[in-house]
Design a binder for this molecule. Structure first.
Ligand code: 13P
Length: 245
């Protein structure tokens, strides 16, 4: 199975999202072995869900809180995300780690809360350039993956997104991706046992129609988590097609 996930971050308005759905639907043919999800800003979740659900496209939230309800202004519970039609939630994106103080400790609780509400956690991990230069890539990935230690046996996806490749137009090369994904696979086996062998590991960081085929050819790459290029319905449809071929 392959997975292609659009992370729209804080982009697009209602009219853009609606137009995206119309255009994307024209160029998209579902295929059984490729799962496609869109993670729009929260206010656009319903737009995407209502317009693309029948085409088999699922929606993911970009974050969620671990508490079930209460006085947490500005937050969304996993139950609310599920209620809005989502089947998954992106957790631990590097932008949340770097700009909003997301910690591994909070992520342990978030993974647990998502699974309890039958939401698929898509855990993002990745090193900064400074960490890579200090040869800490593997230890950073290991620490970030350790949040899965208490996870239940429900479905989990992981995305390897080197921070230095996000929004920079600079993808990791196939050797770097292969090495990181092989390490992640081994760690997942240690943490999750047999299930760790089948958790899809996506790559993210300047993925585009021009480089996606090559990225997908790397062993242990099960798909892409796409930022900027996923805002263009034609480009996103093209990437889905590449994953299907
Ligand atoms: P870009 O594809 O814009 O580099 O973003 C990647 C990303 O952060 C997806 O979560």
């Amino acid at each position: 199975m392959r997975c292609v996930v659009a992370n729209w971050k804080m982009n697009l308005l209602y009219a853009d999202a609606s137009n995206f759905c119309t255009e994307f639907a024209k160029h998209y043919t579902p295929a059984e072995d490729v799962r496609v999800a869109i993670a729009p800003p929260t206010v656009l979740l319903w737009t995407i869900h209502s317009q693309l659900r029948e085409r088999g496209i699922t929606t993911f939230a970009q974050n969620g809180h671990f508490e079930p309800k209460g006085a947490f202004t500005g937050e969304l519970s996993m139950a609310q995300i599920r209620d809005a039609g989502c089947s998954g939630v992106i957790l631990g994106h590097s932008e949340r780690r770097q700009m909003f103080g997301e910690t591994n400790e909070a992520l342990v609780k978030k993974v647990h809360a998502a699974q309890e509400r039958k939401l698929l956690p898509l855990l993002c991990i990745g090193e900064t350039m400074a960490e890579r230069e200090r040869e800490q890539t593997f230890s950073v990935l290991q620490t970030q993956l350790s949040v899965l230690k208490g996870a239940s046996r429900g479905p989990i996806w992981v995305a390897y997104e080197p921070v230095w490749a996000i929004g920079t137009g600079r993808t990791a090369d196939t050797y770097q991706i292969g090495e990181a994904h092989a390490f992640i696979r081994e760690e997942l086996r240690v943490i999750l046992g047999e299930q760790g062998g089948s958790v899809p590991i996506l790559y993210g960081g300047s993925v585009a129609p021009q480089n996606f085929e090559q990225i997908l050819s790397v062993p242990e790459v099960a798909g892409g988590l796409v930022g900027g290029a996923s805002l263009d319905p034609m480009a996103f449809a093209q990437m889905v097609k590449i994953a299907q071929s």
